[in-house]
Design a binder for this molecule. Sequence first.
Ligand code: NAP
Ligand code: ZN
Length: 365
Amino acid sequence: MTFNYYMPTKLYVGSNVIEQNGHVFKEFGKKALIVTGKKSAKLNGSLSDVENQLKKNNIEYVIFDEIEENPSLETVAKAVNFGLKEVVEFIVGIGGGSPIDASKAIGVLIKNPDYSIENIFSTNQLKSIPIIAVPTTAGTGTEATQYSIVTDNKAKTKRNLGHNVFPEISFLDYRYMESLSYDVTVNTSIDAFSHLVEAYLNTNANVMSDMYCEKGLKLFGECLPLLLDKNLSKGFREKMMMASTIGGMAIAQVGTSLPHGMGYHLTYFKGMPHGIANGVLYKEYLNIFRDKTKVYKMLDMINVKSLDELGKILDKLIKVDIVVNQEEVDQYTKSMVSNEAKLKNHPEKIGFDEIYNIYANTFLK
Ligand code: NAP
Ligand code: ZN
């Protein structure tokens, strides 16, 4: 058994954690850049909680609130210029995965002004100014990962920035998630589920990552009937938030696998939300395992009897309103087959035919 374990992010969890721990912002400097999306942080209370604590602790701040879903490198560059001009010392990323991932990319480029979005992929060793994360969705787990997924319009896909940027601190307060619509709750919950599964069924899985996945999948299993019943109670929100963060801790150690690599094409070319883009492929993805021992263990943890039953549950949750034609299946398959990083995380031998079949059986029925 050989593996490394590293999870340096300090987590503060519970109702009103920002208010109760606002003093910690002082550790990171005298001027902050708040990075967030266009609307939601202003409505769910997270932005005002952060602003109040920054003011209380005499920390200056400026706000960049233009991060779009699946943040582009162009938007990252705009925020970097703003942050450099304002001479900020740390970043508070508030929102879903998009603003928090963007914060990590912005942090790297502010810390390393000799680099730009043109050459940021030429190395993977860069550090960031400190990042504090305030997640308001429960799905990506970015509050506990080193990944920053950005949209690269030149490469026509989404990709990981490649510099390891764990947040210094993440504040987890389920109250911010209470304003999520049912649709975004479904998308993000399926994303959390997909992290737990892809880390569990992964070449790099080890005793530590399995420990996270087993607990996270059990929590997800408890949430699943509530999600299907649209019963998004406080209990649901708290459990899903933890399942998501635990999923992040698992993928931080072992990475994601085929559905994440394959789903990026569906998001980039078809605009499918990230979690749904993974989930739509899941039944066919799980079917390609020749040894299903761990697949069945995973189903048992979420209280689902068979792959067929899981397929029916996902069909109920996911509305597929896109068409993917033969030519696109060929194109996505070719691109995915060259994604060595994702292919090697799948624990069985895999090639063109298996990837093709996952796309084709999903979309060319
Ligand atoms: P998101 O793209 O951050 O946000 C989706 C939508 O939800 C936005 O319209 C946002 O509005 C809204 N929203 C956010 N919080 C809300 C709240 N509390 N109430 C109401 N609406 C709210 O969604 P996400 O699924 O969390 O993040 C997806 C991104 O994360 C993708 O780019 C994906 O590739 C990435 N990802 C990263 C990792 C990682 O480890 N780093 C892992 C998986 C996925 P506003 O724009 O107004 O805020
Ligand atoms: Zn994901």
